[in-house]
Design a protein around this ligand. Structure first.
Ligand code: F6P
Length: 289
């Protein structure tokens, strides 16, 4: 088994090295990726595709295991199939926004990271009463992390890019949190529009001190949780079995808690956050009520 350092640019640049268990085992406990990654779309150009065929032949590589998020897994596997390259995809992003899978590698560790920060914020909120705390999570233009974390942390309000919100309602929820327990928490996703205006409006409407924290890129580099380690091992197992069984293309996904192999993600609608959960956290009336 070989590893290409830095994604497809690394593969095309022949930054290729043998992957051994000795090398990789410590990485089970470490943040991020030994292989590094890239956002450069080197296969978009015909020269990139020609180079790929050349490198795969020269290094006698007969299959690729492709790790990536939504963009990579929707575009690269069909392209590889067109080029006759055998590949299995593994959804790897903290954002959890890949269609066709309930879970992507990294999401649960990123949520754990947010919880550690919220635990600290709650302790501070207990000591310094009468403040509203707001926390920005990563998530790109999606709100899965914010929604999941807000739910399990018992936040008063969650705001995500996919859902509209009423600032007066959010302000009233936060004010009532302060009245009931002396502290209130709003979790929002980085992709939310006009974040500063939202925070300013809350200050104006509540008249309460608001302290904002941002998790930023530290959240991408959080230590792997047990579930993510399990998922990594299970997705890797499934990908290898698929290759041994002669599949020429596929994406390892999670369905009802189990790994499955999908032929591709083509035609799958974008994932939608759970609207019921969003309404529950924000104490909005049930849509079916
Ligand atoms: O890979 C997705 C992600 O972790 C998003 O949550 C985040 O917005 C982004 O990466 C950060 O990377 P960049 O700085 O390249 O936008």
């Amino acid at each position: 088994m070989l590893g290409a350092m830095g994604g497809f640019p690394g593969l095309l640049g022949e930054k290729i090295e043998p992957l051994t268990q000795n090398l990789l085992l410590p990485w089970a406990a470490m943040s991020g990726t030994y292989l590094q990654s890239s956002r450069e779309p080197v296969l978009a150009q015909p020269e990139g595709r020609t180079k790929l065929a050349d490198v795969l032949a020269r290094h006698q590589i007969d299959a690729l295991v492709v790790f990536g998020g939504n963009g990579t897994l929707r575009h690269i596997p069909p392209l590889l199939a067109e080029l006759g390259v055998v590949s299995i995809g593994i959804p790897t992003t903290i954002d959890n926004d890949v269609p066709g899978t309930e879970a992507t590698l990294g999401f649960f560790s990123a949520c754990d990271f947010a919880h550690r920060t919220i635990d600290g914020i709650r302790a501070t909120g207990h000591a310094l009463q009468g403040r509203i705390f707001t926390l920005e999570t990563l998530g790109g233009d999606t709100g899965y992390i914010a929604l999941a974390v807000a739910h399990s942390a018992g936040a008063d309000v969650v705001l995500i890019p996919e859902m509209p919100y009423e600032i007066a309602h959010a302000a009233a929820r936060l004010k009532s949190g302060i009245e009931q327990r002396g502290q209130a928490l709003l979790v929002y996703s980085e992709g939310l529009q006009d974040k500063q205006a939202m925070l300013d409006a809350l200050r104006g409407l509540t008249g309460i001190r608001i302290r904002d924290s941002r998790l930023g890129h530290a959240q991408r580099g959080s230590a792997p949780s047990h579930y993510d380690r399990w998922l990594a091992a299970e997705m890797a197992r499934h990908a290898l079995v698929a290759l041994h069984d002669g599949h020429s293309s596929g994406i390892v996904c999670v369905e009802q808690g189990q790994t499955i192999l999908r032929d591709s993600l083509a035609g799958m609608p974008p994932r939608q956050p759970d609207a019921r959960l969003y309404r529950w956290i924000n104490a909005l009336p049930r849509e079916d009520a």
